[in-house]
Design a protein around this ligand. Sequence first.
Ligand code: ADP
Ligand code: MG
Length: 391
Amino acid sequence: MAPGHELQLESDFANLARLAASGAQEDVRLWLAKLVRRYRTSHPSLAERLNETLKATHTRSAGSAALRRVVAPSFSTTEASIPVDVDTRMSLLRVSDDRGSGLDEPLLPETLSTEIDCLIRERFEVDKLRAHGIRPPRSAILVGPPGVGKTLSARWIAYRLSKPLWVLDLTTVMSSLLGKTGANLRMVFDYAKANEAVLLLDEIDAIAKRRSDESDVGELKRLVTAILQEVDSWPDSGLLLAATNHPELIDPALWRRFDVIFRFPNADITTVERGVRRFLGRDANDFEPFIGLLGDALKGTSLSDVERSVTTLRRRVLLKEASPAEVIVSLVAPHIEELDKAHRRTLAIELAKCKAYSHNRIMELTGVSRDTIRKYAGPSPIKGRSGRKDA
Ligand SMILES: Nc1ncnc2c1ncn2[C@@H]1O[C@H](COP(=O)(O)OP(=O)(O)O)[C@@H](O)[C@H]1O
Ligand SMILES: [Mg+2]
């Protein structure tokens, strides 16, 4: 190991021990999360083990949070008490609670993860901040293209704070009878405030969009005004989150009111590769030679798309009993020219090894020469149309 690495490990380990000895549970967790990221590349198996520990501490703390809820009735909530629209009886809130099952940290660029960690930490230290006359952050807005993990990060923040995430259902709020929207909104906010909740206003641009094509402009204007007032009067004791794919549609007056802005970029190639690995789950070993190739093929798409493609691959391999190489070729065929030369070669060689195609066919599919394929994978297994030429 490089001496620099060793020193870093030493100091990280010592710090972990110090935090553990001081009994600062949440600090230990924050530190573990940081270490998982720090060692992901240089020491993947250490990072994985630390991650397992981190997850286990969440599950335990979720258990104790449940206990705390018993003694703190302000947070003992049941589905039944969630506010509903008076006319339709539809729930105005959706609850997303990951405390029982655990949640993996969203895959985000380091800087953004660190900023999110900071927010979580500041929420834990509300009393200390207040004692120094500093207002803790009460609200944050998450901005970025679709499918990059905004909603997931809101879940993650709530989870780290050992709370469920309450999501305001804007569609139900707005679909109620005209004139009721404001009342519905107040009901949700009052309820969330009283419960010191983590409340997410997901896709808040929906209101702005409605504003332009709705006949009752007045009603929607009143809704925006009501939201502004609610954001203003949101207490220190809760956390208000909002997410949007369309920052340009957000009323500047609303925008200004959020304490923190989290900007989510499109996933970069490393994040896509990490996504591929995570979404492959237990099949990662079978796909190991193709991880770079998949990252290359899926770069520029959102993690949500990466997840969908990877799940498709896993399903096909499992049910059609095709080899990973064969299934991948069907996924990447339309973009094969855009792939890195080395990745095309990997694909060609692996296809040759699984003996499903002749070298000629592989050359057609991947553009890699038969000589190269033969050099790495031996002679073509399939005689006949192309086998002879290959020999
Ligand atoms: N950064 C990420 N890390 C891990 N998984 C992600 C990430 N972004 C998206 N996903 C996957 O895609 C799904 C949809 O993401 P979501 O958070 O709803 O995106 P957004 O709210 O930004 O449109 C997630 O539930 C998760 O499975
Ligand atoms: Mg979302």
